[in-house]
Design a protein. Sequence first.
Length: 145
Amino acid sequence: MNLSLLSWLRGFDQAISSLNKSIFFGLGFGSTGYFTFESLCSQSLDSLGYGNLNLTDSYSMLWRLIIECGIFGTGVILLFFLSKYFSFLENIKLKNEETDYIFILFFSFFLFLGILLKEPSYSSSQFFMLIYLFGILNFYKIKKI
């Protein structure tokens, strides 16, 4: 098994363990990797000499949000981004001048999926770029024909 997969699965084990400790509100910001949990993936990483690899960032933003914000906080964040996405899709009409906004929408959406799967850091420039791209969709008003 490769190290990336072991780290990602250990993040999943952390998320499940945190849900057992505090299902609704999580363990708080910065708690990822700083609580005890059992994981076969951690044991495998320890035996390979990489016990601390991605321990404090869970290797996935989704796992990190679940650990630190719980089900409620993660749900609020996901609903915010998905509501922006679907409200834009409802109003869109395909015209030449709107193709830039369509590109921004789909780029933001797939960036969002990528961050949830593999980007573990809040301070990463991709995370802030995602927020910016979703934010500018608010300013775009589509005229109904």
